[in-house]
Design a binder for this molecule. Structure first.
Ligand code: T4K
Length: 369
């Protein structure tokens, strides 16, 4: 069977490294519920990311649910339409109403001035996404949150290891969530985390991820089961060992694409990080038809880039079947435009140079032709 080059491929550590951790699990016969490896993993993550508190969970979606729950939010949450389903779904699942603000056409992140326009008396929070790992305009968002007394939550699913003004991007806003899904630059197979500076909120997050159970005889609040297990933590501990090298390799590939494609009429995301993680390789083509032609030509060659994020979440069936066009209602001009023209090219550390060259050649031939 011919190999398919996909947008990403999960990193896997040397098998012996994982087996060493499995031996610990077998010895302990402790599989989940805040085991030794989960605790060790949290400690290492705190050091590696430079954050005060971190609570790991079983996936990035539940991290979002907990983030929305911990503040007892009501009413409307202003968010980006240019994201994975999880961001919007978590808002709706928590009984809140998403209100969409447009994105900035250069950074692809939520536009603070549109956020401010969308604030109403019912707004309780902003849920912004550091899209592809690129930090939002955090200072502007913070000003708006302060002025209108809103919680500021970041979906930092893509932003592992990213810094803004030489500080972890996870330290901005009231709370940040991470995803450690297999397709992410750092993963625990499935997994995620909640990062919150405030100690009391961190304690509440820890309760929420385990049914509100404080001790055998005390259950303090309505929580859920969002616990990470020992096998996930073992994968995280293994992958942490190589993360710096892997990001370095990603950087090299990202820069090669960028250098070679810059000769053409394409645009790239404006990165405002002081330290970036090269999580994705989004390329903005001049027109939608061009993007779609490149996608088809690559597919013919067994190469599968992804149109992250097309369609926009307000174009999902459960919105459109209400008979109202949410993209028009919220005037999401830039988000529509970027979503129609963007393509994320394959990017993972062991993607070989000849494949990258082939991808670049196909793109050049297609755009020229
Ligand atoms: N917030 C944001 C902004 C997010 O982007 C995400 C997740 C979340 C929140 C929620 O976090 P989690 O609950 O997922 O932790 C993938 C990921 O499943 C998803 O985690 C991610 N965002 C999203 C952007 O991408 P799909 O539907 O594109 O996945 P899939 O199965 O098509 O995989 C993409 C490619 O990866 C495939 O073409 C092949 C390759 N692949 C995938 C898997 C799972 C492999 O080679 N091996 C594998 O094991 O969502």
């Amino acid at each position: 069977m011919k190999e398919i080059i996909t947008v990403t491929k999960p990193d896997l550590p040397p098998l012996e490294r994982y087996v060493k951790y499995l031996e610990i699990i077998w010895k302990n016969r402790w599989l989940t519920n805040n085991g030794e490896l989960v605790q060790l993993f949290e400690k290492k993550l705190r050091d590696c990311l430079g954050v005060k508190n971190i609570a790991v969970v079983c996936n990035g979606t539940l991290a979002l649910h907990i983030a929305l729950k911990v503040f007892d939010l009501k009413g409307e949450v202003i968010t980006t339409p240019f994201t994975f389903a999880a961001t919007t779904n978590a808002i709706i699942w928590e009984g809140l109403s998403p209100v969409f603000a447009d994105i900035d056409p250069e950074t692809f992140n939520i536009d603070p001035s549109d956020v401010e326009r969308k604030v109403t008396k019912d707004t309780s929070a902003i849920l912004a996404v550091h899209t592809y790992g690129n930090p939002c305009y955090v200072e502007e968002l913070e000003k708006i949150a302060e002025e209108y007394n809103l919680k500021l939550i970041y979906d930092a699913a893509h932003a592992f290891g990213v810094e803004y003004k030489n500080k972890s991007v996870l330290c901005y806003g009231n709370l940040s969530t991470l995803s450690f899904h297999a397709t992410k630059i750092f993963h625990t197979i499935e997994g995620g985390a909640v990062v919150v500076d405030d100690d009391a909120l961190h304690e509440k997050v820890e309760l929420l991820r385990n049914h509100g159970i404080k001790s055998e005889e005390e259950t303090l609040l309505v929580g859920t089961n969002a616990k990470m297990n020992e096998f996930q933590a073992a994968m995280g501990l293994c992958n942490l060992e190589d993360i710096v090298d892997r990001i370095q390799r990603r950087k090299m590939i990202y820069e090669l694409y960028k250098e070679r494609l810059s000769e053409m009429c394409v645009a790239f995301q404006k990165i405002i990080a002081s330290k970036y993680n090269y999580a994705y390789m989004p390329v903005l083509f001049e027109r939608r038809e061009e993007r779609d032609r490149v996608y088809s030509e690559l597919a013919k060659n067994n190469i599968k880039p992804r149109k992250y994020f097309y369609p926009l979440t307000p174009n999902f069936d459960y919105f459109t079947k209400k008979g109202e066009d949410y993209c028009i209602k919220y005037n999401l001009k830039n988000a529509i435009d970027v979503s129609n023209r963007v393509l994320c090219l394959p990017l993972y550390p062991d993607l070989n140079i000849s494949t990258i060259e082939k991808i670049i050649d196909i793109i050049k031939d297609t755009v020229k032709g």
